[in-house]
Design a protein around this ligand. Structure first.
Ligand code: AHR
Length: 668
């Protein structure tokens, strides 16, 4: 290197190839950000960041719901998935010769809602007959951890004998075993704890009888003792915690298309999802598998409470999904179906009953069910979504109005959220908004699944929104990059859009990225916020964006970087204040391939001078994803920056930066 000039040229070349990502290339004048830390800001909704939860891509069964046994109640069938039957997930264990067998019966069920059960028929002494379950792609076990086994059993004929229960690895090595006492002549629940002596990612559960006779078996279950917050019938702790770590202000549930269902017989009925699990009425999942409803409305409300998040149930607006039939060939083209008018009063009552289940006193019918399940205190429901991205037909409008009127009259304390159809524009969007205005609905659910560039092009979408009309809930949204990959490009577009939502946080009062979860190998929709398998979870870069916004939210908007031409430059920003701590938070998105410099002038800087926290999410390549096994995931890095009346920030190429200026205690 002969001269300083050569050195600079060398550094510029390295930087152009992303090898010195933090070098400020721009010879342009630095961007200017002026913050008046003493000014009063524009209000931002405290509930801006929430989550959208739907049992899609095995998010519940095989995912968040900690049950390890697939098809525990023998209710799977071809309606759930082509080729499935009551023994899907199970292998029959029986001698090659002889009359021993396992059948599925329906003559004497535990409950009519749960009609199928297995019958183990041991024909002669010395025969072993039973069932082997593979869980969801194998059962992942940890050595020394406790697992709660339970099953309902009934002795149907002959003298009862003990039942052997074991956990085995794929080679048949026993990891844990126990014996249950002989069953009686009526359905009873039997429980035991199994503690495997080795880790195993691919275990099986074995239940066998060796005593001549016929034994009925149902609700064969295996739960880790370690569930989120230790609840029985609880949630997988790592996945539930991953959501809690987002600091969601609300949780939308149960979808999504799952809400309005694939045909009239597939609408989500909340009453099927509460009470003892053996009495819940399972059904086909619109995403082509089975819903056990083990994670039902009670478990959902409890999860919200654990996370200090508002529940936001969504109920069907008396119509089905307009795409009904899309996944099941015989129903192709069925389209939106409406609950017959004469059945609507009962349906409306169901909706009111859900509010009573959440909020009613323990001497009310549904409040008593909640109390019986273990939660006498009300859950404090404040929001109820009616409809999920429906086509805004006359049938829809008529039924929506019936539900809206009834909730408004009986539960004025609950805010009803309407829908503006599947897209952020077009006929349904316009008709949806017209209906919202006509009825005086306070909050509207709008959906935007769009390419990253759409979000950059729409940063001003809400700037001129009517401030006096209904507020917006951006209920499902995500940037869909080419191939629907969860790229850094998508995540940065989302971060930029979120800065625009903060700027318009007086009108866009809630938002939830969708979908939340997808199990690897069972993913029906991409991209998702969190991918997982039986052992681990893989948060996408979008997850980290949501988390940074969730943790560094503000309730007052103070401004943005001056004079950025978003048509020319992919730079976005927002400055907010968190009134509770007094902290000022600067968010800066630079999706450009070059670094950018920002000169900050901080009026009223006294209290903030010193060091601020800087969190940076950056990657050398916009195509980067945090896919499972990615050697070098894109993660936020925390450092410190010096802050004074004037200070400079360098935004690395392809980055999202959050600067938190800490208000010292006692300084106002
Ligand atoms: O989030 C996945 C799906 O996208 C939802 O179920 C549906 O509402 C939307 O089309």
């Amino acid at each position: 290197m002969k001269s300083l000039f050569d050195l600079i040229r060398f550094l510029l070349v390295l930087s152009a190839f992303g090898l010195i990502p933090h070098l400020v290339l721009a010879e342009d004048a630095p961007l200017k950000l002026t913050i008046d830390a003493t000014a009063e800001g524009k209000p931002i909704s405290p509930d801006l960041i929430g989550v959208f939860y739907e049992d899609l891509s095995y998010a519940a069964d095989g995912g968040l719901y900690a049950e390890l046994i697939q098809n525990r109640s023998f209710e799977f069938g071809p309606a759930d998935h082509e080729g499935w039957n009551a023994l899907t997930g199970w292998d029959v264990i029986k001698p090659e010769e002889g009359r021993a067998r396992v059948i599925i019966d329906t003559g004497l069920p535990i409950d009519p809602n749960n009609p199928h059960y297995a019958v183990l028929g041991v024909a002669a002494a010395g025969e072993t007959v039973g069932l082997r379950n593979y869980g969801y792609d194998g059962i992942a076990l940890k050595a020394g951890a406790a697992y709660g086994f339970s099953a309902f059993a009934i002795q149907l004929a002959d003298a009862p004998g003990p039942l052997r229960v074991a956990l085995e690895d794929a080679d048949g090595e026993v990891l844990a075993e126990t014996t249950l006492p002989p069953a009686t002549g009526r359905w009873e629940k039997y429980e035991a704890t199994l503690t495997p002596d080795a880790d195993c990612d691919d275990a099986r559960l074995i239940v066998t009888a060796s005593h001549p006779g016929r034994l009925g078996l149902d609700m064969v279950s295996l739960f880790p003792a370690d569930t989120f917050r230790g609840h029985p019938n609880g949630l997988r702790p790592d996945l539930a915690q991953a959501v809690a770590d987002l600091k969601p202000r609300f949780v939308r549930f149960p979808g999504g298309c799952l809400v309005h269902g694939d045909g009239l017989d597939n609408i989500y009925h909340w009453k099927h999802t509460v009470g003892p699990v053996e009495r819940r009425k399972t059904q086909r999942n619109i995403w082509n598998y089975h819903q056990s409803f083990g994670l039902g409305y009670y478990e959902y409300f409890r999860w919200c409470e654990d996370m200090d998040a508002e529940p936001m149930p969504i109920v069907a607006a008396g119509v089905t999904c307009q795409n009904s039939g899309a996944g099941v060939s015989r129903r192709w083209g069925q389209g939106q179906r409406a609950i017959p008018t004469e059945d609507m009063p009962a349906y409306v009552q169901d909706v009111l009953d859900l509010i009573e289940f959440a909020n009613g006193p323990t001497d009310s019918k549904w409040g008593a069910v909640r109390a019986e399940m273990g939660h006498p205190e009300p859950f404090g429901l404040k929001y109820l979504g009616v409809g999920n991205e429906d086509r805004i037909t006359d049938e829809f409008a008529e039924r929506f109005e019936m539900i809206f009127d009834a909730v408004r009259e009986k539960h004025p304390e609950v805010t009803v959220i309407g829908t503006s159809g599947p897209w952020p524009d077009g006929e349904d969007y316009d008709r949806g908004w017209a209906l919202i205005r006509q009825l005086g609905v306070a909050l509207v659910d709008e959906h935007s699944y769009k390419p990253p560039q759409w979000f950059w092009d729409n940063l001003d979408r809400f700037d001129d929104h009517d401030r006096d009309g209904a507020k917006v809930y951006l209920g499902e949204w995500a940037a869909h990059d080419d191939g629907r990959r969860p790229t850094l490009r998508a995540a940065l577009a989302e971060a930029a859009y979120l800065t625009s939502l903060e700027r318009n946080g007086d009108v866009v009062v809630m938002s939830s990225y969708a979908p939340l979860f997808a199990k690897r190998g069972h993913t029906h929709w991409n991209p998702d916020l969190i991918y997982f398998d039986n052992q681990r979870f893989y948060p996408t870069i979008s997850y980290h964006v949501q988390k940074l916004f969730g943790h560094h939210a503000g309730d007052e908007y103070l401004g943005q970087v001056d004079g950025v031409d978003v048509a020319q430059t992919q730079l976005a920003s927002s400055v907010v204040r968190d009134r509770q701590t007094g902290d000022v938070i600067i968010k800066l998105v630079n999706a450009e391939p070059d670094a950018a410099a920002v000169d900050v002038t901080l009026a009223g800087a006294d209290g903030f001078a010193g060091e601020a926290t800087l969190l940076t999410l950056a990657g050398d390549d916009l195509d980067r994803t945090n896919a499972a096994g990615a050697p070098d995931p894109v993660l936020p890095e925390e450092t410190r920056v010096s802050v004074d009346e004037h200070f400079s920030l360098t935004l690395p190429p392809h980055s999202f930066s959050v600067v938190r200026l800490h208000r010292p205690p006692g300084v106002h």
